[in-house]
Unconditional design. Structure first.
Ligand code: NAD
Ligand code: UDP
Length: 308
């Protein structure tokens, strides 16, 4: 039985990943300090005999007993609302947290995976974004704390791969949504669904013409799993290549939830990327992976979960 250590394992993606890995027969060690989550997210797996929780800030050094085969570093605030409230913690977990997680992987001769992000491309001048695009990031802007933390984390991961021959993976994750997101997470999908089902106006920032590409959580977890088992070491985009304007997303959610809510336009946050769409050719050819869940099906399941 192989063991996987997941930092940020109590978060939205992390908790789905822990549940999936337990079902596949792995032992799972979750390291989380509940900075942007609560223990509720792991309630369903907490008593599984293969699951162990270490309540710890991964930006501080950590020693873990026993064998570990994979280290998946997912700890980091991820919602723009969270990382703008937690700028120093975000930079620390991207830098010190990644260093500590790499250190654990090295000491255990484990495979390491970094949860990176489409934000390494910043406000992209190339669309769709292939992995070869270097990005357009404002390092001193409000998103810089997250973007630069992840860019540093990618550089550190590649340095461990080259200097220590560590078997590393970099998942460049694009917008992911689904059941298990926090109601007040602040990201577009949970905000719009909560507003729609409670009859409040949906808050669209700017004119809503900015685009994003939304991947359903089960597709994302499958992509992460395939990358984890692959022999690919360079960055790989994981996301749904279908691109939607944010205003279109808001209208879709109103329709799918049969809501009477209207739309309220608010100021566009500084440096909000105008477009975002993954080029997933690499994931398709190297991992034989592409998303399967349609936007309508994924949103319906998510709306149902939020209603409950
Ligand atoms: P989330 O906020 O739901 O989960 C993050 C988890 O990390 C939380 O449980 C939080 O408590 C934990 N954490 C934060 N700092 C920590 C620290 N110092 N020590 C221990 N635990 C810590 O976010 P998410 O959406 O699940 O994102 C998970 C990862 O995936 C992040 O690294 C994020 O950058 C990346 N990612 C997510 C998306 C997305 O759309 N969800 C997109 C791109 C990248
Ligand atoms: N957004 C919005 N209303 C909201 C929340 C977000 O219009 O209540 C917009 C946000 O400005 C961005 C897009 O939706 O253009 C996606 O935002 P999110 O916070 O989900 O993730 P991002 O891709 O910006 O990291």
């Amino acid at each position: 039985m192989k063991t996987v250590l997941v930092t940020g394992g109590a978060g939205f993606i992390g908790s789905h990943l822990c549940g999936f890995l337990l079902e596949k027969g792995f032992k799972v060690i979750c390291v989380d300090n509940f900075l942007t989550s609560t223990a509720d997210s792991i309630a369903a797996i907490r008593d599984n005999p293969g699951f162990k929780l270490i309540d710890h800030d991964v930006s501080a050094p950590l020693e873990v007993d026993g064998e570990i085969d994979y280290v998946l570093h997912f700890a980091s605030p991820a919602s723009p609302v969270d990382y703008s409230k937690l700028p120093i913690q975000t930079l620390k977990v991207g830098a010190l947290g990644t260093h500590n997680a790499l250190g654990i992987a090295r000491s255990k001769s484990a495979v390491f995976m970094l949860a990176s992000t489409s934000e390494v491309y910043g406000d992209p001048e190339v669309s769709p974004q292939p992995e070869s695009y270097w990005g357009n990031v404002n390092c001193v802007g409000p998103r810089g704390v997250y973007d630069e933390a992840k860019r540093f984390a990618e550089a550190l991961t590649m340095a461990y791969h080259k200097a220590h021959r560590l078997n590393t993976k970099i998942a460049r994750i694009f917008n992911t949504y689904g059941p298990g997101m926090r109601k007040k997470d602040g990201r577009a999908v949970p905000n719009f669904i909560m507003q729609a089902i409670s009859g409040r106006p949906l808050t669209v920032y700017g004119d809503g013409s900015q685009t994003r590409s939304f991947c359903y959580i089960t597709d994302m977890v499958e992509g992460i799993y395939r990358l984890m088992l692959s022999d690919v070491n360079g960055p790989v985009n994981l996301g749904n290549p279908e691109e939607h304007a944010i205003l279109e997303l808001a209208k879709k959610i109103i329709g799918l939830s049969a809501s009477k809510s209207g739309i309220e336009f608010r100021e566009l946050p500084v440096d909000d990327p105008k477009v975002r769409q993954p080029d997933i050719s690499k994931a398709k050819s190297l991992l034989r992976w592409e998303p399967k869940v349609s936007m309508d099906d994924g949103l319906k399941k998510t709306i149902e979960w939020f209603r409950r």
